[in-house]
Design a protein around this ligand. Structure first.
Ligand code: AMP
Length: 370
């Protein structure tokens, strides 16, 4: 009997999990309230709310394990399903990652430096937090924020009122604005036996809060940054008795790594691993969740990934570039929507830079990212 894995969320991450699982003989069943979803184009899809108790029995029936590709899955649903079928990563990781305050507290407890921050529930608390943290600062909703949504940069007192009007009404967090040298993302994976593997650090470039470009840091594996990031990630993995892929995003400021946030799932900053690493993040996540040995996480060579936001290029234009690969998620175009990505691999950093120069305009990159 082939093993069937259940996945909460049927977006592009779920679709890429399925694509990685088919060569391993796996089958997939997705639960996602959206009637049409990228993963639903290739696998069984139950279109029901995550909290629909009647759907849980049909979803969980016969599954080897359940995972999730969407970090805003209600923790109550993950816990209830865990009574029927093992759920990995553990629901406690989901819970910690869903609240920016508990996530920061977890980092701090484990000795990971973070941007200075303070919880904010009232206007008076916001004023007090601004006085304590100084300007500029970033006001964020504690829950349900993603891709820069639910946050506002406060540069001067005039920014406070509009930000408060836009965000107040839910628990907030104020963070010191970090004028970082760069943003880095580490992907870690831990198996059921406690075995771990770490991908090389990638430098990430965002615009309007959305990831646009990630580049594998040349020579990352032997670097002090890599050692530091792996040590930080290992602490989080151990504390949460984690199983699966975990992404941690860092700001590098004055050379130090500050933990910004984590995602208890496969992550956009790891899409390059499909062609660029010895084992993709998607395959390693499946191996971890099923209790199988992990695969090597080393890069095959220089690699980068460009997100396709709102629009997609002609496939011929991309595929003409040596080492370029096109991934389309089967989504209807809409401004600001992640529709796909390009990965490009090369033998040398120079060749990678040349290929990126051709691909950036094709991916519709704004001038400052060209
Ligand atoms: P987040 O949703 O927290 O990952 O924020 C999205 C992006 O906004 C980050 O990747 C940064 O580029 C930027 N950002 C968020 N928080 C801060 C901060 N405290 N200081 C500087 N930039 C930030």
């Amino acid at each position: 009997m082939p093993l069937t894995l259940g996945v909460l969320g049927a977006g592009q991450l779920g679709r890429m999990l399925a694509l990685a699982g088919y060569p391993l003989g796996l089958r997939f069943r997705f639960l996602d309230p959206a009637p049409e979803a990228p993963a639903g184009q290739l696998a069984e899809h139950l279109a029901a709310e995550y909290t629909d108790e009647r759907a849980w029995a049909a979803f969980a029936d016969g599954l080897a394990a359940i995972t999730y590709e969407f970090e805003n899955v209600p923790v109550t649903a993950a816990r209830a399903l865990a009574e029927r079928v093992p759920v990995y990563p553990p629901p406690a990781a989901l819970e910690a990652a869903q609240d920016r305050l508990s996530e920061k507290r977890l980092f701090q407890e484990l000795g990971l430096p973070t941007p200075a921050c303070a919880p904010v529930a009232t206007r008076a608390e916001l004023e007090a937090a601004l006085a304590a943290l100084g300007w500029p600062a970033v006001l964020k909703t504690r829950r349900l924020g993603y891709d820069g949504k639910g946050q506002a940069l406060l540069r001067a007192p005039a920014d406070v009122e509009p930000a408060w009007r836009a965000l107040a009404g839910v628990p907030l967090i104020l963070e010191a604005f970090i004028p970082f040298e760069r943003e880095l993302s580490l992907l870690a994976v831990r198996g059921r036996s406690g075995e771990t593997a770490f991908y090389p650090l990638v430098e990430t470039h965002h615009r309007d809060g959305i990831l646009r470009l990630s580049v594998v840091v040349p020579g990352a594996t032997a670097s002090a940054d890599q050692r530091q990031a792996e040590d930080y990630a290992a602490r989080v993995l151990r504390r949460l008795d984690y199983v699966g892929v975990l992404a941690i995003e860092f700001f590098q400021h004055n050379g130090r790594l500050l933990a910004n946030e984590m995602a208890p799932r496969v992550h956009n900053s790891g899409h390059w691993t499909i062609e660029g690493a010895l084992t993709s993040q998607f395959e390693n996540h499946l191996r971890a969740v099923l209790g199988w040995p992990l695969g090597a996480a080393a890069a095959r060579g220089p690699a980068a990934m460009l997100n396709l936001i709102g629009d997609t290029p002609a496939p011929e234009a991309v595929l003409r570039v040596p080492g370029a690969h096109l991934h389309l998620y089967g989504k209807a175009p809409r401004p600001g929507r992640k529709l796909g990505h390009l990965t490009v691999c090369a033998e040398t950093p120079e060749a990678l830079a040349e290929r990126l120069a051709v691909l950036r305009p094709l991916a519709g990159f704004p001038a400052e990212l060209q």
